[in-house]
Ligand binder design. Structure first.
Ligand SMILES: C[S@@+](CC[C@H](N)C(=O)[O-])C[C@H]1O[C@@H](n2cnc3c(N)ncnc32)[C@H](O)[C@@H]1O
Length: 412
């Protein structure tokens, strides 16, 4: 008899809780790292696939490819949720995103892994679900049948797979590799991140990218101007701790506070994200302390935001990163380089890490009327924002020695 009494896996269990569907995930190893996987019964990966691993649940199915041999191993069952540093000593700490497993029946090896994965359309950041997972398991069942071996344990898992449930993440986003970010949608994943009706809501993947580049699971992220709470939702999904403030909170998780005085001790925060007002172009609320009431053409706007920068510098741990999202302004014939002006002030308190150009989408001005006006009256609609990435100086790690750079010159 099946362990779950043959129920489809999204039906309610006897305890009344909804059972989560079983998914499959692919890990990779090399000739050097393979043995340790089986000795420790743990699969691991680095930061690139960290977002995939933290989504693995106990009971999911796991597979392993050896990239040197181009072999596929299976079928394994996760005996823990995916996590960070479960076995800190494994692979000398090089692959800290890990999950524990046991072999279902016996270890099966199939040749030609890359061909198989491309035939099934499986990538390392795509959970294998439903019918595809069943068909993938059939490969292993076939191998066992050819050897007259017991297919029982895998058959049993196959029966538990729900082929109807489709509300699962199809693809887990990989982090961006260039300084140009263009996200077609405000949110990602199954659950909403922030409220896409909130004026000036942040594209969630900006925060996702920052969280995965500059923090580890369990680190503390702060958003002093949290609006609809996109930072909160991203941090919960990515297993980070989070404190969100706003002058006019929109939900219970957000604490009422003026960003010019943040009630946290110095050197306590691992990352800060701020999407501040860009001037007085949006009416956020009626609170007299809202900096979004001051025009970006008025120097007071920058003076007030500088107080926020100073507070951020105080609470951030040395060496940790702040991301400030900001856009320029063009109104009634006058351009204001808000981004450069904010960057200049940030440089008083932080050292630059990089500048990201974020494509603006879903603008109210993205209509043919406005595009034609921009052409006719010779101005530009705002097409991008800046994500200013800044680091709090770590005096212990300061390297002032002159750098020698060996450029590789290419013949043209
Ligand atoms: C661009 S919105 C933030 C959007 C948010 N990241 C989201 O995804 O919903 C800017 C926010 O700054 C807040 N704000 C303005 N002045 C503030 C102040 N002095 N202290 C704290 N928050 C402030 C506004 O209330 C507004 O919610």
């Amino acid at each position: 008899m099946l362990k779950n009494n043959g129920k489809a896996s999204n039906e309610k269990s006897e305890s009344g809780e909804e059972e989560k569907p079983i998914r499959g995930f692919i890990f990779a190893c090399s000739n050097k790292t393979e043995a340790e996987c089986f000795e420790r019964e743990v699969l691991g990966t680095d930061n690139i696939y960290g977002p995939v691993v933290i989504r693995i649940r106990k009971g999911d199915l796991l597979f392993l490819i050896n990239l040197d041999k181009d072999n596929l191993y299976g079928v394994f069952k996760a005996t823990s949720d995916g996590g960070f540093n479960i076995e800190p000593l494994a692979w000398k700490g090089r692959y800290p995103y890990q999950v524990k497993f046991r072999i279902l029946g016996e270890k099966i090896e199939i040749k030609g892994a890359s061909k198989i994965l491309s035939k099934f359309g499986i990538k390392r950041n795509t959970p294998i679900v439903g019918k595809t997972l069943q068909e993938f398991l059939d490969l292993f069942i076939k191998t066992l049948l050819n050897k007259n071996k017991d297919i029982g344990p895998i058959e049993e898992e196959k029966k538990k797979i729900n082929v109807k449930r489709i509300d699962i993440e199809k693809e887990i986003p990989l982090i961006e590799s260039t300084t140009f970010w263009d996200f077609p949608k405000q949110s990602y994943g199954i659950t909403p991140k922030g409220n896409n009706k909130y004026p000036g809501v942040t594209p969630a993947l900006i925060i996702y990218n920052m969280v995965w580049r500059y923090t580890k699971p369990g680190d503390l992220v702060v958003d002093p101007m949290a609006g609809s709470g996109t930072t909160w939702d991203v941090c919960k999904a990515e297993k980070r701790r989070c404190i969100c403030y706003d002058i006019a909170p929109t939900r219970p998780e957000i604490i009422q506070n003026d960003a010019r005085k943040i009630p946290l001790k110095e050197n306590t925060v691992d990352m800060i994200f701020i999407d501040s007002p860009y001037g007085d172009n949006i009416k956020y609320n009626d609170h007299p302390g809202c900096i979004g009431k001051i025009s970006a053409e008025d120097e007071r706007f920058y003076e007030e935001l500088e107080k926020v920068m100073k507070e951020c510098q105080r609470i951030l741990k040395p060496g940790k990163v702040l991301g400030w999202l900001i856009g320029d302004q063009w109104v009634k014939g006058r351009f204001t380089p808000v981004g450069f002006k904010i960057y200049e002030r940030l440089c008083k308190y932080f050292e630059p890490v990089d500048i990201i150009c974020v494509a603006r989408r879903g603008q109210a001005s993205n209509t043919s009327v406005w595009h034609n006006r921009a052409r006719r009256f010779n101005f530009y609609l705002r097409g991008f924002k800046y994500l200013l990435l800044m680091r709090k100086q770590d005096n212990k790690k300061k390297d002032t020695s002159p750098r020698k750079i060996k450029w590789a010159y290419y013949e043209r």
